[in-house]
Design a protein around this ligand. Sequence first.
Ligand code: NAP
Length: 474
Amino acid sequence: MLINGEWIRAASHHSFAVYNPANGAVVGKAPAGSADDAILAINAADAAFSEWAETPAAKRAAILRRAGDLLLSREERISQLITLEAGKLLRASRKEVSAAAEFIYWYAEEGRRSYGEWIPDPLPDRRLLTIRQPVGVVAVITPWNFPAYMIARTAAAALAAGCTVIVKPSKQTALTGLAVARAFADAGIPPGVFNLVTGDPNAIGNAFLDDARVRKISFTGSIEIGKQLMSGAAKSVKRVTLELGGNAPFIVLSDADLEKAIEGLMAAKFGNAGQMCIAPNRVFVHSSLLDAFLERMSLKVAQLKVGSGLDPGTDVGPLINNSAVKKVESHVNDAIDKGARVLVGGHRLIEGTLASGSFYAPTVLADVTSDMRIAQEETFGPVAPVIAFEDDEEVIERANNTPYGLAAYLYTRDLKKAIRIAERLESGLIGVNDTRIAAVEGPFGGFKQSGIGREGGHDGLASFLETKEIAFRV
Ligand code: NAP
């Protein structure tokens, strides 16, 4: 682990294995850190804070840019690691590493633009000024589905703002976390400014919550853990950014370009084997297009090749582990029991080389209804559940009828409808005739239980800054 600029083992001297979801093989081992290690990291981050906060933004930017350069120069090695740990297609892992570097470069620059204001004052003998200062020590807890990108997205913004960080990556992708930490360390980031602790999520998480020196928790992961952290953060009123799960509606109106809609759905639903927080989870298709949609979609999904992410011919890789496969199975079986029809897939894959991995067949379900678990919960797998609708008001109401609110997609050729419906969908991100909704420059985050706060763009930097008002007698 990286604590105070040194590479150290866990205090317990224990380690844990990381497994390849494509074949169950051990990829490597990482230190089994616990509360003691987290406290060491908090000590280091706290001690390093004042100097880093006072370091000129331009100097911080230079270090961040070097970290971005190093990530890119190690792209091939880190991409292999992501594919081995997370099962992602190698070409997608490469894109992830480039996108992670892009975040670091962008925040290196944005950190130089954290301006204050001189405010017109109502009193003649006073002047009001604001400055923006870093929040302090930040704990960054990240998931396995974008193991390099998520660390970069959050840590780069925090570091650019002048905060010091302790990253806790998912155990399932701990080695990628360590590789990202190495890029920051090798870039010359001062000791204690970037720390990374691998290991027991509960113990490390509680150490963060119990320590008032940790001023902010930035968490990306499930709603369940997000709620626990939010409640624990209340003890010392820590700031929180929560990037949580989604249940994205994908709406195809009667005037939509069907081919474009199917193309968008294929990318957003089957990319990363459906394991994306913004993946469409409920596909609403107008009844006039339903038969054509199901027929064309099924043909495409049936052609997807499932296998190891290292094989260039693979379209869909494994799920992260066996419990992820079980969750997908239980959603599909529940839907079938309640009357859904399986048009393609609908089962786990255990033939030949797939037997030792955690693979689920790309699936299309028709006749899905709102009472099915697959329509209510985040499935996080390669399953497209298709739901028919009759009119626009009905679909807006059904799309919003969920505690989630991360992403939503709308396909229509009618600009007026696109604007009016986009305004009414209760989601932080809306794709109109497109599913590419994430950008370094844009604010990413959810409405309702999908989260609090935004990452990316100016909002991402602002979330690591406090605004201070200074009043001068003149
Ligand atoms: P998770 O179980 O909540 O895990 C996320 C992170 O929290 C991991 O590092 C995990 O460690 C850690 N963790 C688990 N229990 C903890 C505890 N008690 N205290 C502190 N940390 C704890 O989520 P996941 O299932 O891995 O990730 C998938 C979820 O993330 C989905 O719901 C997805 O939609 C969401 N997600 C959201 C976004 C977004 O930007 N909104 C992006 C990506 C993913 P271990 O993994 O070692 O247990």
